[in-house]
Design a protein around this ligand. Structure first.
Ligand code: CIR
Length: 252
């Protein structure tokens, strides 16, 4: 059960963030409206939402998920894998220190929270362009000290693990095709996202509700069968910056 969320306002420079998408330049006013609608859903679900100001000079900083991993016991401050995003994590330390003891991922480790999938007290940690084995081990050791288990997962193509695999509760995963038959996920009920709708894999479970990006009918139809309430959100502008619903908050 999550009670808190932390988010950060996108700044007017948000279009200068890192991206590999060819969907065009995003619009600030539209981004702000979509971000506001997202925060409204988090509040509707009963979360206390702390919204931090934009961080000048860090256009990707509203993707707060990447700078920390927060569990019931500890907040692990990451060391972002992209050079351009280093420093975002510093401003999160005092914020999280009010909620949890904090520990840090140390060099040469790199870790992005987008690579960390929490399923109950087990954590899958993607090894990706952004997260290396030293970073994964640093996180895994911090988690293990509090009785959690973890396993590394090779991400291959795609930005982060959660670009391709997400949890819809503790027993069900939503995955893209390349991850369907991975032995790591064999014990879970698995719902496949088609290649045409890969982006919809970034669906966010919060306290028995699902937040899904709008515009992905095939994935929506499959997920609807779970019978959970679904909140559809327009994420067109974050998508242009390679971001989605999980990236824009920390939940704990
Ligand atoms: C980046 O490339 O780092 C940002 N433009 C997007 C980060 C998205 N974060 C996430 O999926 N957790």
């Amino acid at each position: 059960m999550f009670r808190n969320a932390i988010a950060r306002k996108p700044g007017p420079d948000f279009a200068d963030g890192l991206t590999t998408s060819d969907l065009g330049r995003p619009d600030f006013a539209r981004m702000v409206a979509q971000h506001t609608a997202y925060l409204d859903v988090l509040r509707e679900l009963g979360l206390e939402v702390e919204v931090l100001d934009a961080l000048p000079g860090h256009p990707d900083a509203y993707f707060v998920e990447d700078v920390a991993v927060v569990t019931p016991d500890v907040a692990v401050i990451t060391r972002p894998g992209a050079e351009a995003r280093r420093g975002e994590e510093e401003s999160m330390i005092p914020v999280l220190a009010r909620h949890r003891p904090t520990v840090r991922i140390e060099a040469p480790g790199t870790l992005d929270g987008g690579d960390v999938l929490m399923v109950g007290r087990h954590f899958f940690i993607g090894i990706s362009e952004r997260t290396n084995l030293a970073g994964a081990r640093g996180l895994g050791e911090a988690l293990a000290r509090h009785g959690c288990t973890w396993a590394p997962v090779e991400v291959g193509a795609g930005l982060h693990l959660k670009s391709s695999v997400n949890a819809l509760g503790e027993d069900t995963l939503l995955l893209s095709g390349a991850f369907m038959d991975r032995p790591e996920f064999a014990g879970y009920r698995r719902i496949q996202v088609t290649d045409a709708e890969t982006y919809a894999g970034n669906t966010l479970w919060i306290n028995g509700h699902l937040l899904m990006p709008s515009g992905y009918p095939d994935t929506l139809a499959k997920v609807e069968r779970l019978g959970l309430p679904i909140h559809l959100l327009d994420t067109s502008e974050a998508r242009k910056m390679d971001g989605g619903l999980t990236c824009m908050s920390l939940r704990f």
